[in-house]
Design a protein around this ligand. Structure first.
Ligand SMILES: [Zn+2]
Length: 314
């Protein structure tokens, strides 16, 4: 496809001091899309990367940040990132990225490596696999849910996650276990990387970034806890990889709601070079390596996907 022409793309996403760096955020890549799994199919991820390689300058994240800080980003600059440390990042996403020649960065929450599960994945898995058609969670303060079809399960999932997302890490994990218990669903096989898988991803050329230890909402942590979460994630990754970890992504990542100026300072103090939010809007002005936005282009057709990237370029 020769449309849109290169000159038009350069106008929409120019380089230099005015450049927009498109940092794309992904979670899972799965063999086939399923209800309650937030991820792309292998085929979907493959065409997205082909489209990026055809129309954009796809860069390794650390290199893009340093070009950005120097005002020397090329036009149409794109980086591809994954969050949390899922095993399918190694098993399904990495082979596709390698074939396409796309460098990826993976932000890993260390607590869930080696058999852990994040609270939202535990809840999603319980709702997907339960044999019950309704779920009474009023004893744990969450109310009753009909879960007799894909739509009602998705609605229940959203309501439950919204209700517990802003609790502490320990509360969220305990509630997720209590929900799975009532749904009578045992623990799924591990979704996350183990240490060896993380090292394999790194050896294949993925950059590994930190994402705290337990994936808390940093804005809700006191100073000590926020400092510990940020530092521990970095230390554990460096000890597994025996390599420095220089990039950080704020969990959840909405500026002001999920992290504040205090957390930006703590991330800087911990020795990172750059940090990424999920505040998909404009580039920070003046340039700020610790508030770089990321977003997820969720469109399922090439033209809409491209249009979204270009719209974020304005
Ligand atoms: Zn995350």
């Amino acid at each position: 496809m020769n449309w849109p022409p290169r000159w038009l793309l350069n106008r929409l996403s120019p380089g230099g001091p005015e450049a927009r760096l498109h940092v794309l955020l992904h979670h899972r890549v799965v063999a086939e899309e399923q209800p309650l799994v937030s991820g792309l199919s292998e085929a979907g991820f493959a065409w997205q990367l082909e489209l990026l390689m055809r129309h954009f300058n796809v860069l390794p994240l650390a290199e893009a940040v340093s070009l950005y800080l120097d005002g020397r980003l090329p036009p149409r600059a794109v980086c591809v990132t994954f969050d949390d440390g899922f095993a399918d990042t190694l098993n399904l996403a990495m082979p596709i990225a390698e074939r396409a020649g796309v460098p990826i960065t993976v932000f890993v929450a260390t607590r869930y490596l080696n058999g852990g599960i994040m609270f939202n994945d535990r809840v999603a898995d319980a709702l997907r696999r339960t044999r019950q058609r309704s779920l009474d969670l009023s004893e744990i303060g969450l109310g009753r849910f009909d879960i007799d079809g894909d739509v009602s399960r998705a609605q229940a999932f959203q309501r439950i996650v919204d209700a517990i997302k802003y609790r502490t890490v320990e509360e969220r994990l305990a509630l997720a276990e209590a929900i799975a218990d009532r749904a009578e669903v045992d623990r799924p096989a591990s979704l996350m990387l183990d240490d060896e898988g993380l090292r394999a991803l790194h050896r294949k050329g993925a950059e590994i970034g930190a994402h705290t230890h337990g994936h808390p909402i940093l804005a809700l942590c006191d100073d000590d806890e926020a400092r510990r979460e940020i530092g521990e994630g970095k230390r554990r990754l460096e000890s597994i990889l025996d390599a420095p970890v220089r990039l950080f992504a704020y969990p959840n990542g909405k500026p002001e709601r999920d992290f504040t100026a205090r957390d930006v300072e703590l991330v800087r103090e911990a020795g990172f070079d750059a940090a990424f939010s999920t505040g998909g809007g404009a580039m920070p002005s003046p340039p700020d390596a610790f508030r770089l936005p990321r977003y997820t282009p969720w469109d399922r057709t090439e033209m809409r996907y491209l249009a979204r990237l270009l719209r974020y370029g304005r």
